[in-house]
Ligand binder design. Structure first.
Ligand SMILES: C[S@@+](CC[C@H](N)C(=O)[O-])C[C@H]1O[C@@H](n2cnc3c(N)ncnc32)[C@H](O)[C@@H]1O
Length: 271
């Protein structure tokens, strides 16, 4: 087994893939129908892990092959994923946060073949640094479809939307990863007090994300002076491939972070 980190040039992805064209993907019936021990074997010691990484590591993996670990029957999870990087690209944020929060399970998701690159990178990091990087994993899924089949209500404490595909043309805006409809799903899987991080170098997309989040009753913007104290924000801005690329090109970055607030109607009922 190779200790070497994989090389990006062998794992290129198509830019701005259509988020509605992945009918080949299978979905678990519920989050309990995912065998998380395949993703985080060190955190699920008593379960018998089948080493997913080993069975899926072929570098000739077809584009359509999916490597999520769907189980026929529900499994009682010992641990749950808390951070989700939706559209994680080459996984730079996961790697940066892994050692900052070594006990928090984190999942990146991605739609195309870069999944294989990230999986190989995590496997190589685990081999190079025994005991480390056990808490990060990758899953091919479409974040815009059936998110509640992957995460329970209130399971996540952080969701990242870093340099998402801008889908510039007006007729493509419906493909953007922040929409009113999708925010309802994100609010469902994010716990009260949990945070959504958004960052982009496209001003129009930033304004779009801010407008949709501002209009949503379950999210409240975190003032910039508070955001700047959050240790995660530095990595949000600098640890991903896109973040680094924008930096190299001296581009501007627009950050907006939102906290999930309690449903005002629910709070009223309880008072
Ligand atoms: C421009 S890249 C940014 C990658 C990474 N966040 C970064 O900052 O380097 C956008 C990523 O989002 C992924 N993506 C786009 N739509 C998605 C969707 N509906 N579900 C999951 N991932 C998606 C793409 O595959 C791509 O990896």
């Amino acid at each position: 087994m190779s200790l070497k980190l994989p090389q990006k040039r062998y794992f290129r992805q198509r830019a701005h893939a259509n988020p509605f064209s992945d009918h080949h993907l299978d979905y678990p019936k519920s989050p309990a129908h995912i065998d998380w021990s395949l993703h985080y074997p060190a955190f699920f010691k008593s379960q018998t892990p089948i080493h997913a990484e080993e069975s899926t590591s072929s570098s000739v993996q077809e584009e359509t092959k999916q490597t999520i670990s769907i189980s026929e029957s529900p499994i009682k999870a010992q641990r749950r994923v808390e951070f989700a990087d939706l559209g994680c690209g080459y996984g730079g944020l996961l790697v940066a946060l892994s050692t900052l929060y070594p006990d928090t399970l984190m999942l990146g998701n991605i739609r195309v073949k870069v999944e294989e690159y990230v999986r190989e990178k995590i496997r190589a990091l685990r081999l190079q640094h025994p005991g480390q990087y056990q808490n990060i994993s990758i899953m091919r899924m479409n974040a815009m479809k059936f998110l509640p089949n992957f995460f329970e209500k209130g399971q996540l404490s952080k969701m990242f939307f870093l340099f998402p595909d801008p889908h510039f043309k007006t007729r493509k805006h419906k493909a953007r990863i922040i929409t009113t409809q999708l925010l309802a799903e994100y609010a469902y899987v994010l716990r009260v007090g949990g945070i959504i991080y958004t960052i982009t170098d496209v001003k129009d997309l930033h304004e779009w994300m801010v407008r949709h989040l501002n209009e949503h009753p379950l999210f409240q913007r975190i003032p910039d002076e508070e955001t700047n104290k959050d240790p995660v924000v530095f990595h949000v801005s600098t640890s991903t491939e896109e973040g680094k690329k924008v930096e190299r090109n001296n581009g501007e970055k627009f950050l907006a972070c939102y906290v999930r607030v309690e449903d005002p109607y629910h709070a009223q009922e309880n008072s």
